[in-house]
Design a protein around this ligand. Sequence first.
Ligand SMILES: [Fe+2]
Length: 402
Amino acid sequence: MTAPSNPLTQEELKADLTLEQLQQLVGLVEYDASKDPFPVTAMDSVGFVVGNATQTANFYQLALGMDLEAYRGPETGCRDSKSYVLRSGSARFVFTGGVTPDSPVLDHHRKHGDGVVDLALEVPDVDRCIDHARAVGATILEEPHDVTDEHGTVRVAAIAAYGETRHTLVDRSRYDGPYLPGYVARTTTVTRGEGHPRRLFQAIDHCVGNVELGRMDEWVEFYNKVMGFTNMAEFIGDDIATDYSALMSKVVASGNHRVKFPLNEPAVAKRKSQIDEYLEFYDGAGCQHIALATNDILRSVDILRDNGIEFLDTPDSYYDDPELRERIGKVRVPIEELKKRRILVDRDEDGYLLQIFTKPMGDRPTVFYEFIERHGSLGFGKGNFKALFEAIEREQEARGNL
Ligand SMILES: [Fe+2]
């Protein structure tokens, strides 16, 4: 079962995850890294800009069960912004907010609201990746350089992705500090009740980007050419159209599938699609949702709901549909348990998956989360897209944006 091309990352080891668990959680596959022009080990972190990083960090500890791990701010010599690093399993989020009125972080927030600015990737060789990216025409935002403190040295660089999103490339093999040089260790002050699980999700499964009409293939090609990512499942047009909303979606993935980036673009429909709404309110292309892998979605959803997280509703008709019951067959719990929690289920030739989507996390109808529990399926819930979109449209209509 152990694949030599898939050694566990430091973060995964720290999170006590085994390779078997990860294969189940995020659907890893084996691949030959020696032929990869841009080897990617895993997601390093997801970087967010938010309006109030202090409160957001608190919220993610209280509501999403994440642990505070590191901090940078005026007290540590970073005058104009504060950043909090949080972890759940091998998933790491970094929330940054502006402190001084002239902080560029605030300019970004004024334009985009709360959102993802950095899908950082852990790579074994930053320079090799940048050499390749440059040769095929990628925009290099930061040249490779070392950052050092008493915990060692990290080599970093950054390339531009869709909208104002970036991919920072990080080689932390010579570093054992809490996050990056400049950050100090911080631990959570939140006390969790007895019986509360250690974490509500274990890893990042995929990060979805919304891009402008007609630009999806351009970005698919970017990931193919620059990062050597391969195309996975592909959904087009009718597959994910309701009467009013339509989108096109393609999925690219790193060699071992640890990193999966679906890309959406709006498709022409009778009325404004959810992707159009996102592009309008985010003011351009950006990250739409992050899927978080859990090994017990029922328990996670129960706790998240108790913590105040709101999920998209799914109509009763979804669960009572005899066609759906026929299509999904037997899953690990009775369908009534899924119905009670509004968890969606989809099956393909490899197995099945359970998934649920939150409402947008901030004030703007932009970034949201998915929780996903995989049982063999390497898909993204294609069979659920129509049911899901109908639910999203009800929300859009309530906001007056349909
Ligand atoms: Fe997803």
